[in-house]
Design a protein around this ligand. Structure first.
Ligand code: F6P
Length: 522
C-alpha cells in the first residue's frame, strides 16, 4: 500500500474509533492549548478546539509527508508549471518579493515602480477626487476587502467606489455624487473578456464623456484586449498570476492611489512574512499546513460539508466572500490533476461578520444536526477607540467558540425547568430543545492589530492553506474550468432576450426567456 493510502487508512481508523469529546481532550492534556496554538507574525492561531488528538496530529503529518507537500511547495516557488491544465506557473508569491526567479522578480519590481510613480503623481497632483474601480471576482474581492481594512489605518485621500455586478444598480450607485471630470476610472480584468466588466467599462466611458480619453486606465494580462477596448493607459500583470491571487499586483492600483503606496508595500511585506514561514517552517510547525490538515480532517474524516468563517470585525466583513472565491474556485473540483475522480474536496465556505451573524445563523451552528467547523477571527487592538464595544466584541467571539465546544448538560437543563415548576411531560418536550451537545470544533485566529501587514499575513495564510489542501486532494487549485459553461450560455441567451427567434433550450429556460422578452417589450 502507498504511504498516502496508509496515512489515509490510519486517519479513517482514528475517525471511526471513539474520539474523546473536545472537553475531555482538554482534561487529558494539560498543555493542549499550548501544543496546538501557533504565533506567526502578528497572528495567533489556536487549533486546540479542533477534534485533533496527538494520534490524529501524527497521522495528519504523515499524510502531508506522503503527498509530498514539501516537494510541491518547492515546485511552486521555483516556477514549475504546476497549473497543468493551463500549462502555467503559479508565481503570485513573487509579487510580494518571494521566490528566486530573477527575471520575473525584475518584471515585478519594474511594474511596482511604475504603479507607485503613477499613484503618487495622482496623489500629489490632487486633481482627482474619486476612483471608480471596475472589476469582478479576483479583480474586485481582494481590493475591496483591503480597502475596508486600510481605512482603519489611514484615511482614504480619494473617494474609492467599486463597480462589480452587471446589475445597472452597481454603476448607478457608484457614480452618485461624483464628478466625471475628477474621477479616475480603473478597469481591472485579467482576461479583459469578462462580460460584466466590459459592460461596466463601456457605461463608465459614456459617463465620463469628454474625459474618457484622459480619465481611464486598465489593468490586465491581455494587452491586446485593452487596446481593442480603446483604453490608452494600461498596467500589466501576467498569466502566472491567477485572478483570485492577483490582489498583490497592479490589480490593486486603486488602493495605492487612495491610501498610498507605502501602506500597500506593508501589505505585500505581510504576505512575504507568511511566504517565508510557509517555506521554512517544518511541517509540524507550519501554520498553513496545519490549517489545511485540520480542514482535511474535518472534511474527509469527520464528514463536515461546510466551513464557516466569522470575522468579529466589520472591517473584515468581506473576508468570507473573498475566501469563498479563494477556496471554492480553487478547490471546488471533482476531478484530480490526472483526470481521475476526486471525492470530497472543498467544503462550502460561508459566513458573515460577528456579532451580526450570531443573530442570524448561529442557531444552525449550535443545534443543527450537521453544524460546521468555524474559523473565528478577531482583532486584539481596538482600532476604533471604543473600548466598551471592543470588549463586547471579543467577549462574544470567545463565548461562541466556548459554547460550541462545551455545550450544556441535559440533566442540568431538566433541573432548571423542574425548579421553574414545569411538569415532567413538559420537561421531556422542552429540555431537548434547550440542550446544546457541544463538542463542535472551531479554530480561533487573533490578529494583534488590524493593519495592512497583518492582513497580508492572514490572506497569504489562507492562500497557502488552499494550496496544501489541493495537494492532499490531488487537484489543480489554479484553474477554474467550472465557470466557463455558464459564461458561454449567457453569451448565447443575451441576444435572444431582444429578438423573436425560435428558442432551442430546455422548456424551463425557454419559458424564462419568453417572460423576459415579454417584460422588456417597449
Ligand atoms: O469567472 C471567474 C473568473 O474568471 C475569476 O477566476 C476571475 O477572478 C473573475 O472571473 C474575473 O476575471 P477577469 O479578471 O478576467 O475579468
Amino acid at each position: 500500500m502507498s504511504k498516502t493510502n496508509l496515512a489515509w487508512k490510519s486517519l479513517k481508523t482514528l475517525a471511526q474509533s471513539e474520539l474523546p469529546n473536545l472537553t475531555d481532550m482538554f482534561e487529558n492534556e494539560a498543555d493542549r492549548e499550548q501544543n496546538l496554538s501557533y504565533k506567526v507574525g502578528g497572528l495567533y492561531v489556536d487549533f486546540s478546539k479542533q477534534k485533533i488528538t496527538k494520534e490524529v496530529n501524527t497521522a495528519l503529518m504523515a499524510l502531508a509527508k506522503a503527498v509530498d507537500v514539501e516537494g510541491w511547495r518547492t515546485r511552486m516557488f521555483a516556477g514549475e508549471k504546476i497549473n497543468v491544465s493551463e500549462g502555467r506557473a503559479v508565481l503570485h508569491p513573487t509579487l510580494r518579493g518571494s521566490g528566486d526567479n530573477a527575471k520575473i522578480k525584475k518584471q515585478v519590481q519594474d511594474m511596482r515602480a511604475k504603479t507607485r510613480e503613477f499613484a503618487e503623481k495622482i496623489r500629489h497632483d490632487r486633481h482627482f477626487k474619486a476612483v471608480l474601480h471596475i472589476g469582478i471576482g479576483g479583480s474586485d474581492l481582494g481590493t475591496n476587502l483591503c480597502s475596508q481594512v486600510f481605512a482603519a489605518q489611514t484615511h482614504a485621500d480619494l473617494d474609492l467606489r467599486f463597480v462589480v455586478n452587471v446589475d445597472g444598480a452597481s454603476i448607478n450607485e457608484a457614480v452618485k455624487g461624483i464628478d466625471p471630470k475628477t474621477t479616475l476610472v480603473i478597469i481591472v480584468s485579467k482576461s479583459f473578456t469578462t462580460q460584466e466588466t466590459r459592460m461596466n467599462g463601456e457605461a463608465a466611458r459614456a459617463w465620463l464623456g469628454e474625459y474618457a480619453s484622459t480619465n481611464m486606465v486598465a489593468i490586465s494580462a491581455n494587452n491586446a484586449g485593452v487596446k481593442e477596448f480603446g483604453v490608452a493607459h494600461g498596467f500589466e500583470f501576467w498569466d502566472w498570476v491567477g485572478g483570485r491571487f492577483s490582489l498583490w499586483s497592479a490589480v490593486s492600483l486603486s488602493l495605492q492611489i487612495c491610501y498610498g503606496s507605502d501602506i500597500f508595500d506593508e501589505f505585500l511585506s505581510g504576505a512575504f512574512d507568511m511566504d517565508q514561514h510557509f517555506t521554512n517552517a517544518p511541517l509540524n510547525e507550519n501554520l498553513p499546513v496545519m490549517m489545511a490538515l485540520t480542514s482535511v480532517w474535518n472534511r474527509n474524516f469527520i464528514g463536515y460539508h461546510s466551513q464557516a468563517v466569522i470575522p468579529y470585525s466589520t472591517r473584515l466583513g468581506k473576508l468570507p466572500a473573498y475566501l469563498q472565491q479563494l477556496e471554492m474556485e480553487s478547490n471546488g473540483k471533482g476531478v484530480q490533476r490526472d483526470g481521475q475522480t476526486a471525492k470530497d474536496t472543498s467544503p462550502v465556505i460561508w459566513g458573515d461578520e460577528g456579532t451580526n451573524s450570531q443573530h442570524a445563523f448561529f442557531q444552525y451552528l449550535h443545534q443543527s444536526n450537521t453544524g460546521a467547523p468555524v474559523d473565528f477571527i478577531a482583532v486584539l487592538e481596538d482600532a476604533e477607540n471604543r473600548p466598551a464595544h471592543h470588549k463586547a466584541l471579543l467577549a462574544n467571539c470567545f463565548a461562541q467558540s466556548e459554547a460550541l465546544m462545551v455545550g450544556n448538560k441535559l440533566a442540568s437543563v431538566e433541573k432548571d425547568l423542574r425548579a421553574q415548576g414545569l411538569s415532567e411531560s413538559d420537561i421531556r418536550k422542552l429540555a431537548p430543545q434547550k440542550f446544546f451537545s457541544g463538542n463542535r470544533p472551531s479554530t480561533t485566529i487573533l490578529l494583534n492589530r488590524l493593519d495592512a501587514r497583518i492582513l497580508g499575513q492572514l490572506i497569504a495564510l489562507y492562500e497557502h492553506k488552499v494550496f496544501v489542501q489541493s495537494i492532499i486532494w490531488k487537484i489543480n487549485a489554479f484553474d477554474q474550468w467550472g465557470v466557463e459553461l455558464g459564461k458561454v450560455l449567457a453569451g448565447a441567451i443575451l441576444p435572444e432576450l431582444s429578438g423573436n427567434a425560435a428558442l432551442n433550450h430546455d422548456s424551463s429556460t425557454n419559458a424564462l426567456i419568453a417572460l423576459a422578452r415579454e417584460s422588456t417589450k417597449p
